[in-house]
Design a protein around this ligand. Structure first.
Ligand SMILES: NC(=O)C1=CN([C@@H]2O[C@H](COP(=O)(O)OP(=O)(O)OC[C@H]3O[C@@H](n4cnc5c(N)ncnc54)[C@H](OP(=O)(O)O)[C@@H]3O)[C@@H](O)[C@H]2O)C=CC1
Ligand SMILES: CC(C)(CO)C(=O)C(=O)O
Length: 311
């Protein structure tokens, strides 16, 4: 299977790298600066699951004579979505399967409009990776899981081919028959985790441990859950309690990728994650005071950064 990874950052670089390590035919679509860096130093993964570095196959938006790929792992930030869609279009054919690994939900309809509803399946990932100053992919906690599947839960021929390609890597690719629900559950989790860790400028441990911290986390989870219920999202009844348990079990030093981006002075996905939910809250008139504060804080951060944006 010919796999194209769109974006050789924390997520795409890691999972694409693990597939290449296994021997799959993986190509990365990159922009010019990243291309130079990868040509010079290779793609380097530093991980507790084993380091790996190699010279990746690279293309750019202007590469010619490249046939459409069988599968695209879409792993850019949401704020790069439109340009990334335009850049990858020449390499997507009628039989290409697009698997988005972004956090959130709003990108799904955009991708379906761009590539056709049937070409996009569901996807998400759990991992904590970031690029260091040398462009190396640094994994900072053990989780490394991609979840994917058809929206109707069927085990189609293309899913069987993907299963074969994704098996026996050092990371885990999990097939789901309820991917839409898993995506909303992850969305609930990340909106809350990124919200509290960016607002408090702290990893999860200290937030959890100060008086009122757990209540604050749970209140935000509850607010977001209620917005999702009003939207008719397929979220399960006990998901707030389940996510609280996960928040409890995470390592003390666990951060969100949005928080790491803020530490580097980068843009955030606030509009895509918290902003989208706030618009739903307004539409259905659902109480969303904490979400509002989280969002307002991120918008102020972005305004201050404007002009010094280094991405
Ligand atoms: N990192 C994490 O721990 C996790 C992140 N996620 C989610 O995954 C998604 C990706 O995050 P992450 O990997 O951290 O982000 P990164 O910023 O590390 O990587 C994104 C990559 O996309 C590249 N890119 C952007 N536009 C294009 C384009 N037009 N053509 C080619 N490459 C492009 C960027 O390249 P360039 O170098 O040129 O800017 C960058 O390398 C986000 O939605 C995030 O929320 C989900 C789970 C965990
Ligand atoms: C919570 C985590 C690390 C899980 O994958 C994540 O999705 C993020 O920080 O963006």
């Amino acid at each position: 299977m010919r796999i194209l990874v769109l974006g050789a950052g924390g997520v795409g670089g890691y999972f694409g790298g693990r597939l290449a390590e296994k021997g799959e035919d993986v190509t990365f679509l990159v922009r010019s600066q990243r291309k130079k860096q990868l040509e010079k130093s290779g793609l380097v993964i530093k991980s507790i699951h084993g380091d790996y570095s190699f010279s990746p196959k690279l293309i750019t938006a202007t590469s010619e004579g490249v046939h459409p790929f069988d599968c695209v792992l879409f792993s850019t930030k949401a704020y790069h979505l439109d340009q990334a869609i335009a850049d990858v279009k020449p390499f997507v054919g009628s039989d290409t399967t697009v698997i988005p690994l972004l956090n959130g939900i709003d990108h799904l309809s955009t991708l379906q409009r761009a590539f056709g509803e049937d070409n996009v399946i569901g996807g998400l990932c759990f991992i904590e990776t970031t690029l260091n100053a040398d462009g190396e992919i640094i994994q900072t906690s053990p989780a490394h899981r991609v979840v994917y599947g058809e929206f109707n839960g069927e085990k189609t021929n293309r899913i069987e081919r993907l299963e074969t390609a994704f098996s026996y890597t050092k990371t885990s690719f999990v097939l789901s028959d309820c991917i839409e629900q898993e995506m909303w559950h992850k969305y609930l989790f990340i909106t809350t985790l990124s919200g509290v860790t960016t607002l408090m400028r702290s990893p999860i441990g200290p937030i959890r441990d100060v008086e009122g911290g757990r209540t604050f986390i749970q209140s935000l989870l509850q607010e977001v859950y209620e917005i999702m219920v009003r939207e008719g999202a397929p979220v399960s009844d006990g998901i707030v309690q389940q996510h609280m348990k996960t928040m409890e079990s995470m390592t003390y030093t666990m951060k969100s990728s949005m928080q790491r981006d803020i530490e580097k002075g980068y843009m955030t996905e606030a509009e895509h994650l918290q902003g989208y939910l706030l618009r739903l809250a307004q539409k259905y008139d659902v109480k969303s005071d904490i979400l509002h504060i989280v969002y307002q804080h991120l918008k102020v951060y972005e305004k201050v950064q404007k002009g010094t944006d280094n991405q």
